[in-house]
Design a binder for this molecule. Structure first.
Ligand code: ZN
Ligand code: FE
Length: 267
C-alpha cells in the first residue's frame, strides 16, 4: 500500500494504450466519515472519483489497486463532498477537477467547469451533466448513459431526498423528476448511507405500503451484515421513494417538512 512502487510502474506503462478503452467500466464505493460514500469509476488502471469527502482513505484504496487518478467529479460545494480534493491533487497533480461553473467560488481548483446539458468524457466514458437544484442552488448530477450509472450527490437518496438548503420544493420536485425519467435499470449512487432511516420514516408516513415495508426489511438485513445499500436503482426509487412519487412541489414540501421533524426514537 506504500507509494514507492508507483513511479517505476508508471514508467513501464505507455501513456496512451488504445486497448484500455475496451476494458469495461467498473464502479465501486469507499465508505468514509460517518455515512459518506466516495464513488470510484475504474477502467483498467485508470480511475476517477465522485465527491471525495476526505483524501487519505481514497489514496489508500487507489494505491492498493495500483490505480492512477485522472478526474475528480463534484456534485456540490459542501465540505463532505469536496474536502479530499486538495489531498488527492497532492498525490496526483495532473488530475482534472470537474464541477459546476456556477459554483466556481465555492468549489475551488476546478479545471473543467460545467453546466446542465454539458456532455463530457471521463475515462473514455460519455457523461451527461444534469442540473438538479434543491439541496443547493448549483447542485449537479452526472449520468453515464452508456453504462447506466447516476451520481446524484445529495439530491436523491435511497428512499429519500436531500434537505432543501438553498432551493425550493418546486425545484427539488423538478430535479427528482429528471431522475425519475431515466431508465429503470440505472444504478443510483447516492453520497450518503441514509437508506434505513429514510425507509423507517417512509413506513411511518405510509404504514400500509407493502413495497416500502419489504424494502425496509431488505435494507435492515444488509445493514445488519455491514453491507452498503448503495447503489439503488431508478426502478426501486420510483416504487418506494415517497419524494420521487410526489405530483408537485407543494406535496414534496409537505413531505420534506415531515421528514425534517421526524425522529427515529422508537426501538
Ligand atoms: Zn450536501
Ligand atoms: Fe453530504
Amino acid at each position: 500500500m506504500g507509494t514507492t512502487h508507483h513511479e517505476p510502474q508508471r514508467a513501464l506503462q505507455p501513456p496512451t494504450l488504445p486497448a484500455d478503452a475496451s476494458e469495461p467500466l467498473a464502479v465501486w464505493l469507499i465508505p468514509v466519515l460517518q455515512d459518506n460514500y466516495v464513488m470510484v469509476l475504474q477502467r483498467g488502471r485508470r480511475a476517477a472519483v465522485v465527491d471525495p469527502a476526505v483524501a487519505e482513505p481514497v489514496v489508500a484504496a487507489l494505491e492498493e489497486r495500483s490505480l492512477e487518478l485522472e478526474a475528480i467529479l463534484h456534485t456540490h460545494h459542501h465540505s463532505d463532498h469536496i474536502g479530499g480534493t486538495p489531498g488527492l491533487l497532492r498525490r496526483w497533480p495532473r488530475t482534472a477537477v470537474i464541477a459546476a461553473a456556477a459554483d466556481r467560488e465555492r468549489i475551488p481548483l476546478q479545471t473543467r467547469s460545467v453546466a446542465g446539458g454539458d456532455r463530457l468524457q471521463v475515462l473514455d466514458e460519455p457523461v451527461e451533466v444534469i442540473a438538479v437544484p434543491g439541496h443547493t442552488r448549483a447542485h449537479i448530477a452526472y449520468w453515464l448513459p452508456a453504462s447506466g450509472h447516476l451520481f446524484c450527490g445529495d439530491t436523491l437518496f435511497a428512499g429519500g431526498c436531500g434537505r432543501l438548503f438553498e432551493g425550493t420544493p418546486e425545484q427539488m420536485h423538478a430535479s427528482l423528476q429528471r431522475f425519475a425519467a431515466l431508465p429503470d435499470a440505472t444504478r443510483v449512487w447516492c453520497a450518503h448511507e441514509y437508506t434505513e432511516s429514510n425507509l423507517r420514516w417512509a413506513t411511518a408516513e405510509r404504514p400500509d405500503d407493502r413495497e416500502i415495508r419489504e424494502r425496509l426489511a431488505e435494507v435492515v438485513d444488509l445493514r445488519r451484515r455491514g453491507l452498503p445499500t448503495i447503489p439503488s436503482t431508478i426502478a426501486s426509487e420510483r416504487a418506494t421513494n415517497l419524494f420521487l412519487r410526489t405530483q408537485n412541489g407543494a406535496e414534496l414540501g409537505r413531505l420534506r417538512r415531515s421528514k425534517d421533524g421526524w425522529k427515529a426514537c422508537a426501538t
